[in-house]
Design a binder for this molecule. Sequence first.
Ligand SMILES: *[C@@H]1O[C@H](CO)[C@@H](O)[C@H](O)[C@H]1NC(C)=O
Ligand SMILES: *[C@@H]1O[C@H](CO)[C@@H](O)[C@H](O)[C@H]1NC(C)=O
Length: 322
Amino acid sequence: MNMASNGILLIFTVICINMGCNAKEAFIKVECKAENLGQYGQQSLLECVVQTSQAAANAEIRVVTWSKDDGTLLVFHDGDTTSRPGYSFAEPSWNDKNMNVSLLIANTAVEHEGVYKCTVVTDSGDGSNVTNLKVTAKYNKPTIRSDPEKLHPNTAGTLICNSNGGYPQGEIRWIVGDDTDWTKSAEMEAKPTDSGLISLSSKLTLLEKSTFHKYTCVVFNASGGKEEEVEFEFGILNSSIQDQDRQSEKSVGMPTKIAAPAVVIGSLIVGLLLALLIHKKRSQLARRFSTTPLMSGNHMVPTSIVEEGDHLSLEDGNLRIV
Ligand SMILES: *[C@@H]1O[C@H](CO)[C@@H](O)[C@H](O)[C@H]1NC(C)=O
Ligand SMILES: *[C@@H]1O[C@H](CO)[C@@H](O)[C@H](O)[C@H]1NC(C)=O
């Protein structure tokens, strides 16, 4: 709407208030939800419906205009709807008999926040109203890094916690140990990114005598709701402890590495001794029974030398596998 028509509307409204309105004016009213909530990256609904009095029950809509401070977003006029990309009537197949003139925003961004105006002209009168859109985005799980990178307990340093992707501005708080709030020892910075989402960063200074073991960074949203948290624990992120773990892994690993060859060598020795013993016994037998073929003697022979199904024979006093 341009300045001139705004002016005319203002004059008209003043006359309306002072002298009682045009009879048609009272027949329709645009009712809007005062505040709509939209989630970043999702669809948002700006809810407005045209209320008609009994006398205007069959009212037909001639014009609908949706606008925001930066201009017109959608216009229905002469039976046609034109709109900027990403804006449409919320009702899937809206027509001029449909009193639900709600606006749908396809992909909500931070810049969609603000006050929208909906103006309706019908054959039974006109009306307009405003509605507000609030946008929220959830913060990502924070990350903690330390400065210096290898931080040892009881030494001075800094823990830096970052979380981004949220809106509106939230807060990072630090919990030390299990329940001590140390946020007052930290310094937080909130920076808007190109998308309008906020990036939070908080630095917690550790003094030389800070003896706590566990530090938790907690992200709260703009209305004070807890969103995400991450813990930093000395002994888990600390590399010297990891080295210790690796060593103890080695000392567990060694016996198993030694065990396997020992078993093989051990059984070979046992096998050889058995073979030697049998050889001796067979030689004695051979001397007594001359050329008797060896039957069912398998169970006395180590399995590593003779397998199930092998036939053995004695030739010149020597045990042979056939
Ligand atoms: C208007 O239409 C939208 C989209 O179909 C729907 O979600 C909303 O509930 C409707 N509002 C009313 C008051 O009927
Ligand atoms: C903050 O978090 C609470 C709890 O999860 C949620 O109910 C609320 O809608 C959130 N508010 C914002 C502004 O994100």
